[in-house]
Design a protein around this ligand. Structure first.
Ligand code: GLY
Ligand code: MN
Ligand code: MN
Length: 486
């Protein structure tokens, strides 16, 4: 009897759910944006071609639990579609279907399914994709197999090579099957992939050409995208500010990570654009330290915090390095100000029309000169490992976003992120050991220079120390000691 009532309750809840519109944020980019992106792609496609994009695979976390789904950024860029098991075809020219329909793009998506939606959430379905994402022609993914497209007539069929971790599931129209069906349609030479990569002209399959087109499109942000990035950056800066106020010796790296993430979610960021890096002391010298495990950060350490909120697909990438106790030691201050100087030198040559590599060069020269003056290296030209990474990359739908790395252009959004890392046992005075500093900001490239998007997170020694003196709302947030016996 009890089981019967439980079943009835579940059915009632599910029906109530399906009869309502889902409560969703209303500030996503709209269908006109995605339609415009597909038109821009069409402009760039070569004569008599088709571009084919697949949704990202679902990735397994453990047993019957998958990672939270994240769409492939190229797929998202052209569709705004956030579900798996879909394929998009964008044609250069108008096509005519067997029933006479004219079309130049088609999307195949997973079907509506009341039972599945009760477990894993709502789906747009073929009709929803028309209504919400602005497609004229959409089908359920099971139609892809029999949908007739004569691929042999195209001069080029452009696609990115397939990801090698795509799993086959019980669903007969999952990504695995869509890829298999596509391969059959285009005579994909399964056993001869290496030859194909070297000599794509032997047939009409081209999995090299889309890279350049995507760099050109995604590397220059539209106004709508810049607004999204601004939001992600503002949210990430708010996280840095709150941590500056709240941090105290004795807190754990995880707790600091958690404060950032609380702020991100408070402002409706869906996720992190990459795993957060929160490293105190020596951990700050590990470039992509992601464990964030140190249980108690100590009084005299620096803490390096590289985090980016992802807001509606777009991510920030910001690093601040601060003294845990609120005051830089003399050595920490010297290294910090040297990194800041390198960033400022880079910023001076950040302007549309100038080569991006000049930013790296300017910062690197400043760092080498400074390290020599501090006696950490003997000559400015010495090879060393204190600054082992590049200074800049595009950000957008990916943290290391698509874009060109030659001359800067208006509308690019890039990072400038110099750093100095002096691990234990480095060949210099040990007073420097354990100092790791990175300062990373996000910049919109403009005709006359740049706009510093992440200006609201303090960057100078003076501003950081002043911010760290302010009280925090978390000062009074005390949780019970779980190990305490009553
Ligand atoms: N957070 C990764 C990077 O700075 O490139
Ligand atoms: Mn970066
Ligand atoms: Mn970063």
């Amino acid at each position: 009897m009890k089981a019967f009532f439980t079943l009835i309750t579940i059915i009632c809840f599910s029906m109530a759910g399906f009869s309502q519109e889902q409560d969703l944020p209303t500030d996503f980019l709209n269908k006109t944006f995605y339609k415009d992106r597909r038109d821009k792609l069409r402009d760039k496609l070569p004569t008599n071609s088709v571009a084919v994009f697949f949704a990202n695979p679902v990735r397994n976390r453990a047993n019957d639990v998958d990672f939270v789904y994240h769409q492939d950024p190229n797929f998202y860029y052209f569709t705004g579609y956030k579900e798996p098991d879909a394929v998009l075809l964008v044609f250069k020219d108008m096509q005519t279907a067997v029933n006479g329909t004219q079309y130049n793009e088609i999307i195949f998506v997973q079907p509506r399914d009341e039972r599945a939606e009760m477990w894993t959430g709502r789906r747009l379905g073929a009709a929803g994709v028309k209504d919400k994402l602005g497609f004229d022609l959409s089908f359920e993914n099971k139609e892809f197999k029999k949908y007739s497209v004569d691929f042999s007539k195209f001069a080029s069929i452009m696609f990115f090579d397939f990801k090698n971790d795509v799993r086959d599931t019980y669903d007969s129209s999952d990504l695995y099957d869509l890829i298999a069906q596509f391969k059959a349609k285009v005579n994909y030479p399964e056993k001869n992939v290496t030859t194909l990569a070297v000599e794509p002209q032997k047939n009409n399959l081209d999995f090299k050409g889309l890279g350049k087109i995507m760099n050109a499109l995604r590397g220059i942000k539209t106004k709508e995208e810049i607004d999204m990035i601004r939001k992600a950056v503002k949210i990430s800066c708010a996280g840095q500010v709150e941590v500056m106020k709240a941090i105290k010796p004795g807190m754990s790296e995880r707790e600091i990570d958690g404060i950032h993430q609380y702020v991100f979610k408070k402002y409706q960021a869906e996720d992190m654009g990459y795993p957060s890096i929160v490293g105190a002391g020596h951990n700050g010298c590990i470039l992509h330290y992601e464990e964030n495990y140190k249980p108690s950060i100590s009084n005299k350490e620096l803490i390096l915090m590289d985090l980016g909120a992802e807001f509606h697909g777009y991510t920030a990438d910001i690093t601040r390095t601060i003294p845990v106790n609120g005051k830089f030691s003399p050595e920490q201050k010297l290294i910090y100000e040297l990194v800041l100087k390198a960033q400022e030198e880079g910023m001076k040559v950040c302007k549309a029309g100038l080569p991006l590599k000049n930013i790296d060069k300017a910062g690197r020269e400043a760092i080498n000169k400074g390290l020599k003056e501090l006696g950490i290296i003997q000559n400015e030209t010495d090879k060393h490992m204190y600054y082992p990474h590049g200074c800049c990359h595009h950000i957008g739908l990916d943290v290391h976003d698509r874009g060109f790395y030659e001359d800067l252009q208006e509308g690019m959004v890039i990072t400038i992120e110099p750093g100095i890392y002096i691990p234990e046992n480095s060949p210099c005075d040990k007073k420097w050991w354990g100092i790791g500093v990175r300062i990373e900001d996000d910049y919109l490239v403009t005709k006359d220079g740049y706009e510093l998007l992440s200006a609201s997170a303090p960057r100078t020694v003076k501003d950081i120390e002043a911010m760290m003196k302010l009280p925090s709302a978390l000062d009074d947030f005390v949780l019970p000691d779980l190990d305490k016996k009553n």
